[in-house]
Design a protein around this ligand. Structure first.
Ligand SMILES: C[S@@+](CC[C@H](N)C(=O)[O-])C[C@H]1O[C@@H](n2cnc3c(N)ncnc32)[C@H](O)[C@@H]1O
Length: 333
């Protein structure tokens, strides 16, 4: 590669125009609006109450990207651009729309320098309060986040169920289990296991519907509450799927401590995450820092996090191309 190619590639990687153009296009619903019916920038601007000249500039850049294409009377969405439509079922809208939890959180990257300087989340620096507080205050953000979480793990669930011997547990407490899709799949595959999901409202109530849909009412319990409070006691497995990476060390210690306090003496703490150095991408690692002040911990960091609570790392299972399962037992076991 020549020097000019290098410069071009760096400019392409660092330009903010395209990422923002895609986000604004999705937020305005342009891919949906232009899918079956082409329209001019003027017509669209009137419909959407936006500035016509500015919208033309945006559409023109979207045409450069191949998201829309010019027609004799305006623009229409291309097949490629249809990936950005609300019904594409690929999770993209929840990542890009500026008024979803994911889309909003990603913009905290503008404050990355704050995170690098302080080691703390950029999200509260940008928005005035933590991510989870925003979810509690704005139901549409919570709804979009729950949708995004359910979607992101959907295709990995069969490997999570098949890749580990769940049958040796009688009760699994899914700590921060979201809408329950992982626990439901494990229980559906293992008719003798009981499940107990802990998450905040209204997510906990949504999990109730998921369990009912799977015919699991008789084997599931739900606690609507915080995993910083006491967890359901006496189970033989405490499952943390993508939980610890959302938190700095102080909070992660509290969550681990709650699991250990509650666990049966022969119980296990099972962590499923994109472990650093094994399955985590550097980009996602930064996202955890910027949004939550967390990170994708490495194996050694997990040992350091859990050892003070009497946990020993027993097994490491490569579950999916994105996630690893770390099984911890209590030293007394
Ligand atoms: C990254 S999501 C993972 C959800 C689920 N484990 C999964 O893999 O789909 C993190 C979850 O932690 C929950 N959460 C955040 N703070 C919590 C708290 N203080 N108590 C209980 N759950 C909490 C969120 O509501 C969310 O469902």
């Amino acid at each position: 590669m020549g020097r000019n190619d290098d410069m071009d590639s760096i400019r392409r990687m660092s330009g903010l125009a395209t990422p923002m153009a895609l986000r604004v296009a999705v937020t305005l619903g342009l891919p949906d609006r232009l899918r079956d019916d082409n329209a001019s920038a003027g017509e669209l601007a009137a419909e959407l109450a936006v500035a016509p000249v500015a919208l033309e500039l945006l559409l023109s850049h979207l045409a450069t990207l191949g998201v829309v294409e010019p027609t004799p009377t305006g623009y229409r969405t291309t097949e490629y651009g249809a990936n950005l439509c609300a019904d594409a079922d690929n999770g993209l809208v929840d990542l890009l729309h500026l008024d979803t939890a994911g889309g909003r959180a990603e913009l905290a990257f503008v404050e990355l320098a704050h995170s690098i300087t302080t080691g703390r989340a950029a999200y509260p620096h940008r928005y005035g309060q933590e991510f989870w507080s925003d979810l509690a205050d704005y139901s549409h953000l919570r709804e979009s986040f729950d949708r995004q979480m359910t979607h992101r793990i959907r295709e990995q669930i069969p490997q999570i169920v098949a890749g580990f011997d769940w049958s040796r547990f009688s009760t699994i407490v899914d700590v921060g289990g979201g809408q329950g899709s992982v626990l439901a799949a494990i229980l559906a595959a293992h008719p003798r296991i009981h499940g107990h999901l802990v998450d905040l409202e209204p997510t906990a109530t949504r999990a109730r519907h998921v369990f009912s849909t799977h015919g699991l009412d008789g084997r599931t319990q739900i606690t609507a509450g915080s995993f910083f409070d006491s967890l359901p006691a006496g189970a033989d497995a405490y499952l943390l799927v993508d939980i610890l990476h959302d938190w700095d060390d102080e909070h992660a210690h509290s969550i681990v401590n709650r699991c250990v306090e509650a666990a049966h003496p022969t119980g296990r703490v099972l962590v499923i995450e994109p472990v650093g150095g094994v399955r985590a991408t550097s980009e996602f690692d930064l996202a955890m820092l910027v949004i939550f002040g967390g990170r994708e911990r490495r194996i050694a960091e997990f040992r350091a996090l859990t050892a003070p609570h009497g946990l020993v790392l027993d097994t490491i299972t490569d579950l999916t191309d994105q996630r690893v399962l770390l099984e911890f037992r209590l030293t007394a076991d």
